[in-house]
Ligand binder design. Structure first.
Ligand SMILES: *[C@@H]1O[C@H](CO)[C@@H](O)[C@H](O)[C@H]1NC(C)=O
Length: 334
């Protein structure tokens, strides 16, 4: 498996706000049920970000097609800025040959905090025909782009066959990624992580883009526009959090019923998912981290299992990671 560093430069605006202090908003809720949260139409929650006519809102107003063709990718962005909450979309990925195509559903404030942004990512990494899509999760906090915390997973279904729900729960102390109703990753805020835990208000994004310009493997896995347009479908938008005034950075309103964390039965499911489907974790990437970042809990059995998926990481030292992008640095393995 060959790993490449991708740099995605993404200029949204030139707003530049320097804040030395941000006092977080407290959201209190005892409801753990993610199933009953209101579903928004596209117009209620999101705005067009880029890609002209490659973003199509379907007639029901609740589904969106984002496409990538020779001209451009496309994307949308939430109208509101959030400090914590539960954010979800159902996504159906493009089928067949999708090498070099990346679909992302993520939170970021890179347009506001150019030098010390936060980010929480779901990224879907396209593949050559016959191989599965993989998903990657990652976070950055306060500009920690030199410490990627990527994990990659296979899925227990084909994400091009149908819609599946991908969700991010972000609280003051935890970040949880869900696929359908399965929690797949929990990031606990630890003292030693310092500013690396996302803590400033962010907006939601969904994008499809051509990652082949950043891949350096001889053009072998470039996006092939013979198969374009690549269409990612989105629906079931949930934006259930605490909104923040984009100018004053004061809290506006917290929705009721934001999930607070993970239940014991979800935890059991999560552990079994990770045993079966996790293919890469930064915690075991000795090539990048001689000493794993402080929050890592190393499990020798897990290390042994992950070695199978990525002999490069554990073995020959071929390839090279560099995360020098000030904006978005992407590690994609194709
Ligand atoms: C975040 O980054 C800014 C600018 O680099 C720094 O002044 C601040 O102390 C950092 N905050 C935390 C919590 O690490």
């Amino acid at each position: 498996m060959h790993m490449e560093s991708l740099h995605f430069i993404f200029f949204l605006s030139s707003v530049f706000i320097i804040l030395t202090h941000y006092n977080g908003v407290t959201c209190i809720s005892n409801n753990n049920n993610n199933g009953n949260l209101p579903i928004l139409s596209f117009e209620e929650g999101y705005s067009h970000l880029f890609g002209d006519n490659n973003l199509i809102v379907l007639r029901d107003g609740k589904s969106v097609h984002l496409s990538l063709d020779e001209r451009t990718g496309s994307g949308f962005v939430s109208q509101d800025l959030y400090q914590h909450g539960y954010f979800s979309a159902s996504i159906k990925l493009p089928a067949d040959y999708t090498a070099g195509v990346v679909v992302a559903f993520y939170m970021s404030n890179g347009d506001i905090f150019e030098k010390n942004h936060d980010e929480i990512d779901f990224e879907f990494l396209g593949n050559i025909r016959g191989k599965e899509w993989r998903i990657q999760t990652n976070i950055y906090g306060n500009g920690s782009t030199n410490v990627g915390r990527e994990e990659r997973y296979g899925l227990w279904f084909d994400p091009t066959d149908d819609f599946h729900q991908y969700s991010i729960l972000w609280t003051h102390t935890h970040i949880i990624f869900y696929v359908d109703d399965v929690a797949i990753r929990e990031i606990k805020r630890t003292e030693s992580m310092g500013g690396d835990f996302p803590s400033k208000p962010m907006t939601l994004y969904a994008t499809i883009w051509d990652a082949s310009d950043w891949a350096t493997n001889g053009g072998k896995y470039k996006v092939n526009y013979k198969y374009a347009p690549y269409i990612a479908e989105f629906s079931n938008f949930v934006l259930h959090g605490c909104t923040v005034d984009p100018v004053e950075f004061t809290s506006l309103k917290c929705e009721n019923g934001i999930p607070t964390g993970i239940t014991p039965s979800q935890r059991t499911k999560m552990e079994s998912f990770r045993k079966k489907h996790m293919q890469y974790s930064y915690c075991y990437d000795k090539r990048r981290y001689k000493t794993p970042p402080s929050e890592c809990v190393i499990n020798p059995k897990e290390a042994e299992r992950l070695k199978r998926f990525d002999p490069v990481t554990f073995g020959s030292g071929r390839g090279h990671h560099h995360a020098k992008s000030h904006r978005r640095s992407r590690f994609v393995s194709i």
